[in-house]
Design a protein around this ligand. Structure first.
Ligand code: SF4
Length: 517
């Protein structure tokens, strides 16, 4: 087989940036699959040029003039950048392939801008593409394996792709690892809720941790498992056999229900320094917070008590909430979150605006059926720059008033000082301070206020939110143009619009043909 020149890009950021926070943190958000793809391509005997794009690289200068194939991994917020890069490279004869969350969520749109769009991706699929690829200018091919891969190449094997990214992180260096895929819980808004839970090989995980201990005095691992520690004892035994206490540190996302006092002391002993559990809502019932029969005020008290207990063991805690769920109504959900902030001042609340990412989650079908999904440009679908589902129980201005009020409360100087002074470790205090004064805290308040102002003053802007027009407001177009920088010249004009009901239509066709079969 001819030796190919292959590019692999992991798009962490949406375009060029100079912001300090992104300089400090973006390299720590690198994905795992792009390094896996790079490794598989190299194993097949090809030249691989790999880059993690953090917003500070000149993409055009990172690759040779001529690539045969270019794999791009992107979250939806980086889709306009990915589409622009694809257009640039296709103009030079490169065949382009999109993978990652955007490809899984919006494949029917992405096929218009890439030669291949990948859902679940395994080695056989990549090998097939390498052996027999073609440009597909009319419509890209959408390919998907039956499920996620059951094994991945080790960190040691992928190190030549991981290390350069870590070198870009000036302070904290967080090494991405994964020990399991899918989740046994069935939260209807989650992309992992329909994926069967599977542990990856624990022996590989043990070897990788031992390998990392030869590279760093005390490696900091960021676990990418959707829900860390489901098979808790197996996981902990693996960590304990790979790393004596005090020799590694790690961060993970997990359910509060896993964080019992016994588990917490074992997590602390094994190096857990930060946890990001999902609380989501005070009114939706769910068993992952261990408050399954409680809602409202009662749930706040129980969860606050639990989080206080967690923080006796784990120094950094980000508690995640979703704003705008159908179960929320009036000011109560927002006021209850303020109570939580008062009860546990050291925990940082992380807020997401309700967002339906195409075909990511089962509940998106319901939103599409009710005609509530709005076609905001992908650039803004990052859980905070746009809420693309019309709220069930709020008018837009009313909703943004609540969001601004809660965000301002969360990042008031009073709350910041309490959060920082209640923190027990320097790094955690520093992180909370930087996050508060950066685009995540102060920047977001400014942005929400601007949206609220536009809703009030600009009827075209408001019409777009209400569903009276699909014409994208100039406000958003200007931001995309600014954020893409030079690459905006390659942004495909027709990609301003897409079908917000593509998932529903596709599902209806599949159901209809199943019935007629
Ligand atoms: S517990 Fe977390 S990972 Fe699992 S389905 Fe719910 S939101 Fe997704």
């Amino acid at each position: 087989m001819k030796k190919l020149n292959i590019g692999v890009i992991d798009l962490i950021h949406r375009g060029p940036t100079k912001a300090l926070y992104f300089r400090l943190m973006n390299a720590n958000l690198a994905s795992i699959m792009p390094t896996v793809i790079a490794f598989w391509c190299e194993k097949a005997g090809h030249n691989v040029h790999f880059i993690t794009y953090t917003g500070f690289e000149k993409l055009e200068k990172e690759f040779p003039e001529k690539l045969d194939l270019l794999f791009i991994s992107a979250f939806t917020q980086a889709a306009p950048l990915a589409y622009s890069i694809s257009a640039l490279f296709r103009s030079k004869g490169t065949v382009t392939v999109l993978g990652g969350p955007h490809a899984r969520c919006f494949p029917d749109d992405a096929v218009n801008y890439f030669d291949y769009v990948l859902g679940f991706t395994d080695k056989n699929m990549v090998d097939d593409i390498l052996q027999n690829f073609s440009s597909n200018p009319e419509a890209g091919k959408h390919l998907s394996a039956k499920g996620q891969p059951t094994s991945l190449p080790s960190v040691k094997e992928r190190w030549k792709y991981i290390e350069p990214t870590l070198k870009k992180a000036p302070v904290l260096k967080i090494i991405p690892m994964i020990g399991s895929m899918g989740c046994p819980y069935t939260c209807s808004f989650c992309i992992d809720s329909t994926i069967p839970y599977q542990m990856l090989n624990l022996d590989t995980l043990i070897d990788d941790i031992r390998f990392l201990r030869t590279k760093f005095k005390k490696p900091m691992i960021g676990w990418h498992d959707p829900n860390f520690g489901i098979r808790f004892n197996d996981y902990m035994e693996a960590l304990e056999s790979a790393a004596p206490h005090g020799t590694i540190q790690f961060i993970a996302e997990t359910s509060l229900s896993i964080l019992t006092e016994d588990n917490l002391s074992r997590l602390r002993d094994n190096g857990c320094v930060a946890m990001l559990p999902g609380i989501e809502s005070w009114y939706e019932l769910g068993n992952k917070t261990r408050a399954s029969r409680k809602t409202g005020e009662e749930k706040v008290q129980q969860v606050s008590e639990h989080v206080r207990m967690v923080m006796k063991y784990i120094p950094y805690m980000q508690a995640n909430f979703v704003m705008g769920l159908d179960s929320d109504e009036g000011s109560d959900p927002f006021e209850l979150t303020k109570k939580f902030i008062d009860n546990v001042p050291a925990a940082l609340p992380g807020y997401s605006l309700l967002t339906a990412f195409g075909e990511a989650a089962p509940i998106n079908l319901e939103y599409q059926k009710e005609n509530r999904v709005r076609p905001f440009p992908f650039h803004f679908l990052n859980n905070h720059m746009a809420m693309n589902v019309k709220p069930k129980n709020y008018e837009w201005i009313d909703f943004y008033d609540h969001v601004i009020d809660l965000t301002s409360y969360t990042f008031s100087w009073n709350a910041i000082l309490k959060r920082v002074s209640n923190g027990t470790h320097f790094t955690e205090r520093w992180m909370n301070f930087v996050r508060a004064i950066s685009s995540e805290g102060f920047g977001r308040i400014r942005y929400f206020k601007q949206i609220r102002q536009n809703l009030q003053d600009d009827h075209k802007f408001r019409d777009f939110f209400e569903g009276d027009t699909n014409e994208v407001p100039q406000f958003y177009k200007d931001i995309v143009r600014r954020d893409l920088g030079d690459l905006y010249a390659w942004f495909p004009e027709k990609s301003w619009t897409y079908d917000p009901q593509a998932y529903l239509k596709k599902t209806s066709v599949i159901k209809a043909s199943a019935l007629s079969a």
